[in-house]
Design a protein around this ligand. Sequence first.
Ligand SMILES: [Mn+2]
Length: 303
Amino acid sequence: MAGTPTYAIPASFLGVSRSDRSAAFAIAGVPLDIGTTNRSGTREGPAAIRRASRMLVDGAHPGFWVDPLDLDLADIGDFALALGDIPGSLARIESQAEGLAHLLCLGGEHGITLPLLRALRRRIGVPLALVHFDAHVDTWADNFGQAYAHGSVFYHAIKEGLVDPTRMIQIGIRSPVQRDVWDWTLGQGVTILSALDVHAMGPAAVADRVRAVVGEAQAYLSFDIDALDPAFAPGTGTPEIGGLASWQAQAILRGLVGTRFTGMDVVEVAPAYDTAEITALAAATVVWEYLALVNARPATAMR
Ligand SMILES: [Mn+2]
């Protein structure tokens, strides 16, 4: 606990000074905010998550004994976007995601995940398994006439063969949804665990289910902060009551040791609606948990 107090650390993710693209783990902000369908404000997400991450710099993860600051970790800044242009922005995000060893993105709205998956799918050559935390299925074919807004990400990801829907699990789902959208999602082979399922099963059983669905496939984690209950994450554009407590999401993640994750994002943080930085801190902690998880030795698996 010597040196610079956490609040005075530079506002990169975890205060890291490295910013080059050759690091083993690269953090990037993606402040896309033009495909939100309710309240906007995710353009401020990356900066808020970085600021909140400075709470997490004064020790190792107490379950895995990994200190993310000991990793080969860079914060490469924010990706450039095409202002006001969703397809143009998605193309730019995809090209900037190329050539990075292991990318962790701070959203931005959920629309950013589609180009990130396109880039990753091309690199690994096979469809990815997907662990998707969300209040919403995000498999709508369109959103009020817009095909690439934040509610259509996984419709396209499935249609484009970016993910293997039989190795895709959605956790925390609870929003109103059209029955045909629900049935289409299940019909593709996606596993849906509602928020009520999580509350009934408990985190350890959820983690077991995730590992059973994903298996040995290379996997991507997409964490929409609205998977958390608005009591734990008010700073988001489409809140839904009845969601996960922060500790439940944390416990599920800690149960995923050994999953072959190849990238992740945390999206939909809209700081204008946040209270006392709790949403931004939850998002920063999800990234920190992920860094510890993917660098954990299997022998340290914890519950
Ligand atoms: Mn979402």
